[in-house]
Ligand binder design. Structure first.
Ligand code: S3P
Length: 430
């Protein structure tokens, strides 16, 4: 069975931002039509970008960029909703621009740490003010252009932090070097390099480093097709692996960027039989292809700190799979899970225990004892799309009876998730 998943959330938001900042008309296809992308698009429109509506079917749109110095101060607050990527990347853009703006967001976004991006931006000379709670949005950004060069060592491996600093450098005309302890997803670097921006990356003893050389004052427009979101595909592949569809499923045209696909190694270690096909098309800076998962006998594994940055968004579904695997699944070195859309360690531990699964909670992870018993209960998704979807998959396998308190949360990254899941499961019964 072949399945198309919606466009990649991380890449969509970067494409929206870079097309808006380009000089001239970009042509882009496959954008995610989902809550987070909408929030970023809405903010860009309020900053004066004539951004068209995002089509629901991924069809092509043209975006007329306003140029690196073309953003205008908005007349209202910029509401980034639930989008951590949108908020952190746009803080970098705003810090480098000559605009005055206030950024707000939903309760989940207000709880997420912003010092990690604001500290380096302030070190570059950005004028930022926390309007309510120190280190959190709402944040007001004042005129700060041009910014100073920076060499920043981030204590966390975070693509949002890295991208925020790079975008501040790009817009604010400042050279930037960012070092992170481990390599995080590199979509910003790839898209910038494809547009001819002087960007280089290297492994260093402290981790991984990216350098934005002398930024030019023009960014050329994009002609780009966003691949399907491999993090969304992970839920569908897990459903197939656990036998929920009664057959194998192939997710087609998904992104296969190596900074995002470590979950496929984890799935393979859990005994999932996978086939990955990456046709050599060579026309995009983001590799893409198809991944097939077959119904498999799954067993536990250990996810270790080194692989966490490349598997961060798939840890909820890995933990959920662990609950119905043979043996123990351990996730450690994943303290970052505590500052996602919810405290995902708590969200997972609470819900797995509620279903009767034996779980040990650690500050930086969790250990799950798989069971063959049917799982029954009502899940509290804590406002988190990936928690809702991870347990949504569990709800469709074996003889489980699981309800999710707020299924609509999936719209943030995967519109159409529930009808797709139902269709895949129903097919297995016909
Ligand atoms: C993202 C980076 C990751 C990831 C998030 C999207 C991005 O967050 O969890 O869903 O688009 O840059 P961190 O950079 O905070 O690890």
């Amino acid at each position: 069975m072949k399945v198309h998943v919606p466009g990649d959330k991380s890449i969509t938001q970067r494409v929206l931002i870079l097309s808006s900042l380009a000089s001239g008309e970009s042509r882009v296809r496959g954008l995610l039509y989902g809550g987070d992308a909408e929030a970023t698009a809405r903010a860009l429109r309020m900053l004066g970008v004539p951004l068209p509506s995002i089509p629901r079917d991924g069809s092509e749109v043209s975006i007329t960029g306003v140029g690196l110095d073309g953003l205008k101060s908005p007349s209202q607050d910029l509401d980034l909703g639930n989008s951590g990527t949108g908020a952190r990347l746009l803080l970098g853009v705003l810090a480098g621009s000559e605009v005055v703006a206030t950024m707000v967001g939903d309760t989940s976004l207000q709880a997420r740490p912003m010092h990690r991006v604001c500290d380096p931006l302030e070190a570059m000379g950005a004028q930022l003010e926390y309007l309510d709670v120190e280190g959190h949005i709402p944040i007001r950004v004042d005129h700060s252009h041009p910014l100073r060069s920076i060499e920043w060592r981030s204590p966390v491996a975070s693509a949002q932090v890295k991208s925020s600093i790079l975008l501040a450098g790009l817009v604010g005309g400042a050279r930037t070097i960012v070092t992170e302890p481990r390599r995080s997803r590199d979509h910003t670097e790839r898209l910038l390099a494809q547009r001819g921006v002087a960007i280089s990356t290297r492994d260093v003893p402290e981790g991984h480093q990216v350098e934005l050389g002398d930024p030019s004052n023009v960014l050329s427009p994009l002609d780009f097709s966003v691949p399907g979101d491999v993090s969304s595909a992970a839920f569908i592949l897990a459903l197939a692996a656990l036998g929920g569809a009664g057959t194998s499923i192939t997710t087609v045209n998904v992104g296969l960027n190596p900074t995002r696909t470590a979950f496929l190694d984890v799935f393979a270690r859990m005994g999932v039989s996978l086939t990955i096909e990456e046709p050599d098309r060579g026309y995009t800076c983001e590799p893409q292809g198809s991944v097939t998962a077959n119904p498999s006998e799954v067993h536990g594994t250990d996810v270790i700190a080194e692989e966490v940055p490349s598997v961060i968004d798939e840890l909820p579904i890995i933990a959920a799979m662990g609950a119905c695997s043979k043996g123990i699944t351990t996730i450690r070195g994943a303290g970052e899970l505590r500052v996602k859309e919810s405290d995902r360690i708590h969200s997972l531990v609470h819900n797995l225990r509620m279903l009767g699964v034996e779980v040990t909670e650690y500050e930086d992870g969790l250990e799950i004892e798989g069971t063959s018993r049917p799982l029954t209960g009502r899940i509290q998704a804590f406002g988190d799309h990936r928690i809702a979807m991870a347990f949504g998959v569990l709800a469709k396998v074996r003889k489980n009876h699981i309800e999710i308190d707020d299924p609509t949360l999936s719209d943030v990254s995967f519109p159409g998730f529930w009808p797709l899941l139902d269709a895949l499961v129903q097919r297995s019964h016909t």
